[in-house]
Write a protein of this length. Structure first.
Length: 381
């Protein structure tokens, strides 16, 4: 049986990556520091996924085990040394913290004479995630280890898309996910092109598909949350039942479409259908997705290369409209959640400094025209 090492035994790891790996005949070693989840994986060797749709069918995932990388890092290294595939779903900020273990695993393969090609896929919400991870891994490799990695270890970029709402169950392994999923891998970074996973798409160039996902799903989801919060909604479903909120989300996606078509040449009719599917996913009545979960970390989401400011910048460069994205940014600046550290921090900044200073600091923008437009949109809110 093929062996996979997956970093991140959370809901995305178990409810999306784990399901696909299982269906492709892999034995999966989940790596995490959550003792309850790791212990449960080792005790049972299986878990269940529920699909949030009519009938709520269950999928049983078996052939799984857990490794606590805090307590047993050597077991992670050993698993990587024998793996046919390594994947992650831990969050972009955590990737640097696993780089040393990945590097040790690579060097353990070298020491064991394992010349089988291995691909490491960072399945994160970011552009160039696997390449970023490789840059971090390089810092921990010897010169010989780096040469070995460049010859035998691939870090192909990947894009993943599946809504897994915040949830809590008596069974720590049980997870509810939406029916839709999409996993795209960039072929040019692969070292093992013979290992092709069923239900995974392979593309020569990934960036158009990553941007389609980030600017459509992430921007659309966040627009639903911040606009919904402005109008008092507690869940994404409730938000989209408000005609004003839904109209704003649709208008934002129309602006995103104009950018994706101008930049990458996507077919307009296909994008319209894709965006209809996205909104239907947000409106799934079997998923209760809290506005607070989707809207958390507003400072990060207002970043220069993030889901609002980047498309605004690129639309402006092309002379295309971004007025609804601007309005949404204004909603983000007005968002308040006392339980979210960044929300509290943002409101503190707004109380301490001028609005223009805060916009510059949070967005990283130097384009004075854009800064003035954002300030005006916030002041008009």
């Amino acid at each position: 049986m093929k062996k996979a090492v997956h970093f991140g035994a959370g809901n995305i790891g178990r409810g999306f990556i784990g399901e696909i790996l299982f269906e492709n005949g892999f034995e999966i070693a989940f790596v995490d520091v959550n003792e309850a989840i790791i212990n449960a994986l080792n005790e049972r060797g299986s878990y269940e996924i529920e699909i949030a749709e009519e009938g709520q069918r269950h999928i049983a995932v078996s052939g799984v085990r857990g490794i606590n990388n805090r307590l047993h890092p050597e077991a992670v290294v050993e698993a990587i040394a024998e793996a046919d595939l390594v994947t992650t779903a831990i969050g972009p900020n955590i990737l640097p913290f696993i780089a040393s273990l990945v590097a040790q695993g690579i060097e353990a393969r070298q020491a064991a004479g394992n010349l089988a090609p291995l691909d490491v896929l960072a399945c994160e919400n970011m552009i160039g995630g696997s390449e970023f991870l490789f840059e971090e891994v390089k810092k921990h490799l010897s010169e010989a280890g780096l040469t070995f990695a460049q010859e035998h270890i691939g870090f192909p970029n990947a894009a993943v898309d599946r809504i897994v709402p915040a949830q809590s169950h008596e069974d720590p392994l049980f997870v509810v996910v939406e029916p839709f999923n999409e996993w795209v891998v960039e072929t040019r970074g692969m070292k093992n092109p013979d290992l092709i996973l069923d239900k995974v798409h392979y593309e020569a160039e990934l960036e158009p598909f990553i941007e389609r996902k980030l600017f459509s799903v992430n921007s659309g989801h966040a627009t639903s949350a911040y606009t919904g919060a402005y109008y008092g909604a507690q869940t994404i479903l409730e938000a989209l039942q408000n005609v004003t909120v839904k109209n704003n989300v649709e208008a934002v996606l129309a602006e995103i479409r104009s950018l994706l078509i101008a930049k990458w040449g996507f077919d307009e009719a296909a994008l319209v259908d894709y965006h209809k599917v996205i909104i239907s996913r947000f409106e799934n009545p079997f998923i209760v997705d809290d506005v607070a979960r989707v809207a958390r970390t507003p400072i990060r989401k207002l970043g220069y290369d993030e889901r609002f400011i980047r498309p605004i910048r690129e639309l402006k460069e092309r002379g295309l409209s971004y007025q609804y994205l601007l309005q949404t940014v204004a909603y983000v600046f007005s968002y308040q959640d006392e339980t979210d550290e960044q929300s509290v921090q943002l409101q503190a900044l707004l109380a301490e400094k001028s609005l223009e200073e805060v916009v510059k600091e949070v967005t990283g923008l130097s384009d004075q025209v854009l800064i003035d437009e954002i300030v005006s949109a916030i002041e008009a809110n």
